[in-house]
Design a protein around this ligand. Structure first.
Ligand SMILES: [Zn+2]
Length: 449
């Protein structure tokens, strides 16, 4: 910034530039935080120029004063090395997948994958997920958001970086960088957040964490273990509880998935509005949020239209790969979160449908005429992705019969279904907690990274 001013106005502003530089020595001395960037082998190729655009924007989100109480934070980012490639999970659908990815590469990195369906809980509406309060930097982000709108990508990465530096969410205003739902204008931080973000990630301590054992806590507690909370002001908390128009609510990027508590407060009437939006192709990019919110409302009348939504629609191969990924995510969200409706109402139709999808019942799968003959976008089988979602749906249903189905899946060693088996194993372990503590606790406590 200073240099640019100097070049533009060599004479007149020189003294001003010098005085600014002298009064804020840190402005001119801090070097960029270097991060490596890796992509899954099935994620589309991108180069250093594209990465530079995103990392520059990430720095601008933090440095620029974007609203009256925004506290500028002098930090910038630079790519280290070239874009790396990794193999392994590309659709993150369990804690095991997430752990496998988070441990990859060096300790200062960003990993780009096709789809994040799991962030503490099974949430196809999630687009990024990162551990809270780690010494290094490790951010997992979906390809369509990393390579999509640059302003939004900058916000998403800055938000995730904030989690790595120990920040929790600060709900209340859409302009808050640490709001759970963000848009390109969510760029404001307070002094506490600025101070945390200015702390540089440290390799030495990261070493300690890895050496101390990969996962000393049960998976569910892992990301929350080292959280530093900036206490919510009462005014902000009241603001956070205000219910906004349901259309606006679903038109937002929920980084780690649609928040259960807020979504479940909407009404049967709101669910009707949302069902109309599911019929509108213009709303397609928000379908995952829409379906999730319908399910979290939990009204039985939505079961039939939701099953129709999963069964119907154009062949996946006939639409672009980005579109097909978002449609598939919405169908998975329906399978996973219909479990919430079963939990709240005991609806048998929804329960039977989920059981059949989870065990890959041939007659039920034949109804899904949109299924590609070959692979899901980004690799892997569409049938398996849906089965994983339905498996989590069964767990969330809380039904004792569901546990039996999950046990069966867990014991089956069917070809091509190791992912489903892994999900069933984790889902089984989660069921007692869901049954004991309820849905609200299950979904809320797993949010925040
Ligand atoms: Zn977050």
């Amino acid at each position: 910034m200073n240099r640019r001013l100097y070049l533009l106005f060599p004479g007149a502003l020189l003294s001003l530039v010098l005085s600014v530089a002298l009064s804020q020595p840190s402005e001119s001395t801090s070097s960029p935080v270097e991060l490596t960037v890796l992509r899954h082998e099935n994620v589309q190729d991108f180069d250093r120029d594209q990465v530079k655009e995103v990392l520059d924007e990430m720095g601008r989100v933090l440095r620029k004063k974007d609203c009256p109480d925004d506290v500028p934070c002098n930090v910038s980012f630079k790519q280290k090395g070239k874009v790396g490639v990794f193999t392994g999970p590309n659709v993150i659908s369990s804690q095991a997948d997430f752990d496998a990815i988070i441990g990859l590469g060096d300790r200062f990195n960003i990993k780009v994958v096709s789809s994040i369906d799991f962030c503490g809980a099974f949430m196809p509406s999630a687009v990024a997920c990162s551990p809270v309060g780690i010494p290094g930097t490790s951010i997992v982000v979906e390809e369509s958001f990393f390579l999509g709108d640059v302003a939004l990508a900058g916000v998403i990465l800055a938000h995730e970086y904030g989690h790595n530096r120990g920040l929790q969410h600060r709900p209340g205003s859409l302009t808050n960088l640490m709001n759970p739902g963000v848009g390109p204008d969510s760029r404001c931080i307070n002094s506490f957040e600025s101070q945390r973000i200015r702390q540089r990630p440290s390799a030495a301590e990261a070493e300690g964490v890895h050496a101390a054992g990969k996962h000393p806590h049960p998976p569910a507690e892992l990301p929350q273990a080292a959280v530093l909370v900036d206490p919510l002001g009462t005014a902000e908390a009241a603001e956070a509880n205000r219910q906004e128009d349901v259309k606006k609510f679903v038109h937002r990027v929920y980084l780690h998935g649609v928040p259960y508590e807020q979504a479940s407060r909407y009404t049967k009437e709101d669910a009707k509005t949302l069902l109309h939006m599911l019929d509108d192709p213009k709303e397609q990019k928000w379908w995952t949020n829409i379906v999730t919110t319908i399910c979290f409302i939990g009204d039985e009348s939505t079961v039939e239209p939701l099953i129709k939504f999963v069964n119907g629609g154009p062949a996946l191969e006939s639409v672009s790969s980005r579109e097909s990924r978002s449609v598939l995510d919405a169908k998975k969200a329906a399978c996973a979160h219909m479990g919430v409706i079963v939990n709240k109402t005991g609806n048998e139709t929804a329960y039977n449908y989920l059981s059949k999808i989870a065990v890959a019942n041939p007659a039920t799968l034949r109804e899904l005429k949109w299924m590609p003959a070959t692979e899901a976008p980004g690799g892997g089988s569409v049938g398996a992705e849906l089965a994983v979602a339905a498996t989590w749906g069964l767990a969330v249903s809380g039904k004792p019969e569901a546990a039996k189905t999950l046990e069966k899946i867990n014991q089956q060693e069917a070809v091509g279904r190791p992912k489903v088996q892994r999900a069933a194993n984790e889902a089984l372990k989660t069921m007692p907690t869901i049954r004991k503590s309820g849905l609200k606790k299950y979904f809320t406590e797993h949010h925040g990274h």
